[in-house]
Design a binder for this molecule. Sequence first.
Ligand code: OAD
Length: 232
Amino acid sequence: MQKIVILTGAGISAESGLGTFRDEGGLWAQHRIEDVATPEGFARDPALVHGFYNARRVQAAKARPNAAHAALARLQRDWPGEVIIVTQNVDGLHEAGGAEDVIHMHGVLAGALCAACGHRWPAPEEMAVGEPCPACNGPTARPDVVWFGEMPYRMDEIYDHLAGAAIFAAIGTSGQVYPAAAFVHEAIAAGARTVELNLDPSDTVSSFDETRFGPATQTVPAWVTELLGQSE
Ligand code: OAD
């Protein structure tokens, strides 16, 4: 039973209408990372940060999963071994497309987190500055997303999965953000076959055994169909 571990990034949701970070005109061309994606930025101007994530939450709630999300859900359903989806995305499109047990290493827009006591609860569509935590009542609610300088979630679990991977795929990610960009090396160390599916070559492209370039809605369903064909 060969285990497949898949890492996804913003590129898989691009054709659902959600902008990526580093493509031309992407989120990081419009906003400074230091302002909206660091704990220091939040301490300085929480209203600005809530405004950024509120807008993204509204947009993500309207977005629909695309053929790439659906294909990965099909792979999870029909592959004879385990298929683990690890995503850097904070949208819920993998789940909306039918995937299960998705590991959101950078958190979720749909979640709120208390910066004081660590309690988590579903975020309202619009979070406001000073919103009280339902557990400790502190005015310390923040979006449950991982910011630069913070440790991504569930890393031990992810490394365990990578250590057992027979196939590792990176889909729609630029390979510029660590630790996710180094997962391919963990997978290689585990003896996995590695494949990159992306619109353009990522920064880590030379590490992969195989590359497939094009829009995710085309490359991912084709790759999944091939894999499932081989498993029959
Ligand atoms: P990036 O914006 O860095 O990269 C998006 C990648 O998707 C690029 O390599 C594009 O070529 C590719 N792409 C664009 N459109 C595509 C399409 N239709 N089909 C397939 N690929 C496409 O996004 P990420 O790599 O996800 O973290 O960024 C990683 C992290 O950096 C994010 O999780 C976020 C960001 O800062 C935090 O905020 C902590």
